[in-house]
Write a protein that binds this ligand. Structure first.
Ligand code: NAD
Length: 360
């Protein structure tokens, strides 16, 4: 379990912390966080709380954001200059928590300087950028981890377990609703902002390459879609549907999954009983005559399995640390980020064609 601290590929030997430099303990990963806006503070809070991480620097272009960081973490170096973090020889990993259009350049510079990269969802603005970063990380034997936060929630872990141990039976559909009022983004549509959550969960649970996608939706306040309905077709007659919307008066975070034997409802807003498994189903048999259908409905117990309530980001940060020190590829690696970006690109294309079919 060791990190090669000499493999930063950086010419400069100047340290960010000349006075209280952290000794390069092979199990401590020194991280710089770029972006301390809405989501960045959650990343810094969790990195600070998980053993094995040392937050060496926080960077934000906005002085007001930096002032918040300085107040919350007085001993952490703060800077407005991302290059300082990207090239510091005493930083092993960089967390990129900035808007998506900045991810590629920042991640590329971090990898070129020998840093492992944790990057927010969505991974990049295009699949070509994602491919380039994956290739670069492989060449340099560095880890990329895309923040598909929900994969580390107790609920999604349980859902994956239930699907893979056959509790639901062969899967029929996955149907996810993520709607609320705002938060409107000025640079990305609701598809690029919210759907990465549902698409990453879908990808993690279904674990198959999609065949085709159709997306419809609309924009009402500017030129970016503020509501969308995305349908993804998988082999084996599995259909996934995702409804994302910034104009909804109510907040809904519900995913339904139906298998041949049972169905599951995940309501992420429920404090307890986030997952319910319904022993309900339909059997259809053909009768004697051509038009005879023998339909039988089954309605059995409802079960709510225990779900780990540890904050997903905390679990994710601990996992990323392990992947770095043990030199393991994370499940939410660059390839997982790329799969989601490909789906987002396809959704955008289909939206433009008012529901045109995009084949993969
Ligand atoms: N995983 C999740 O659940 C989740 C939740 C919210 C946001 N996000 C993602 O996090 C990312 C950031 O979103 P946000 O809502 O925090 O955005 P934000 O605009 O609130 O914050 C981004 C911050 O980055 C700073 N910044 C931008 N470019 C910079 C640069 N080159 N150098 C230094 N600082 C720079 C900005 O000044 C700003 O303070 C997005 O990719 C978003 O999709 C993820």
């Amino acid at each position: 379990m060791s990190i090669d601290h000499s493999a930063t590929g950086v010419a400069s030997t100047e340290s960010l912390h000349t006075e209280d430099a952290v000794r390069p303990d092979p199990n401590v990963v020194r991280v710089g966080v770029i972006g301390f806006g809405y989501w960045g503070p959650n990343i810094v809070r969790n990195l600070s709380a998980v053993d094995g991480w040392h937050v060496s620097a926080v960077c934000d272009q906005r002085p007001a954001a930096l002032a918040r960081a300085r107040k919350a973490y007085p001993s952490v170096h703060v800077t407005t200059d991302a290059a300082e973090v990207l090239t510091a020889p005493d930083i092993d990993a960089v967390a990129i928590v900035t808007p998506v259009w900045t991810h590629f350049e920042l991640a590329k510079a971090a990898l070129e300087n020998g840093k492992h990269v944790f990057v927010e969802k969505p991974f990049t603005s295009t699949s070509a950028q994602a491919e380039q970063l994956i290739e670069l990380a492989e060449r340099k034997n560095l880890r990329i981890m895309v923040d598909h936060t929900f994969l580390f929630s107790g609920a999604v872990k349980k859902i994956r377990e239930l699907v893979h141990n056959g509790t639901l039976g062969p899967l029929y559909y996955f149907d996810s609703t993520r709607v609320n009022l705002g938060l409107f983004q000025h640079d990305v549509s609701v598809v690029w902002d919210l759907a990465p959550h549902d698409l990453s969960v879908m990808d993690h649970v279904i674990q198959q390459a999609p065949e085709a996608l159709v997306a419809t939706g609309g924009n009402h306040l500017n030129e970016l879609a503020d509501m969308a309905f995305i349908t993804v077709y998988f082999p084996g007659n599995i259909t996934a549907h995702i409804n994302v919307n910034w104009l909804s008066p109510v907040k809904i975070r519900t995913t339904q999954m139906r298998g041949r034997d049972k169905m599951l409802v995940w309501n992420d807003l429920e404090p307890d009983e986030k997952i319910r498994i319904y022993d309900k189903g339909v059997d259809i048999k053909s009768g004697q005559g051509l038009y005879d259908l023998l339909v039988s409905y089954r309605s059995g117990d409802v079960l709510s399995p225990k779900v780990d309530t540890t904050e997903a980001l905390r679990v994710e940060m601990s996992y990323l640390h392990e992947c770095i020190v043990k030199n393991r590829q994370p499940v939410n690696d660059g390839a997982a980020g790329l799969r989601v970006v490909r789906l987002l690109e396809a959704a955008e294309l289909s939206l433009k064609g008012r529901g045109s079919l995009v084949q993969f």
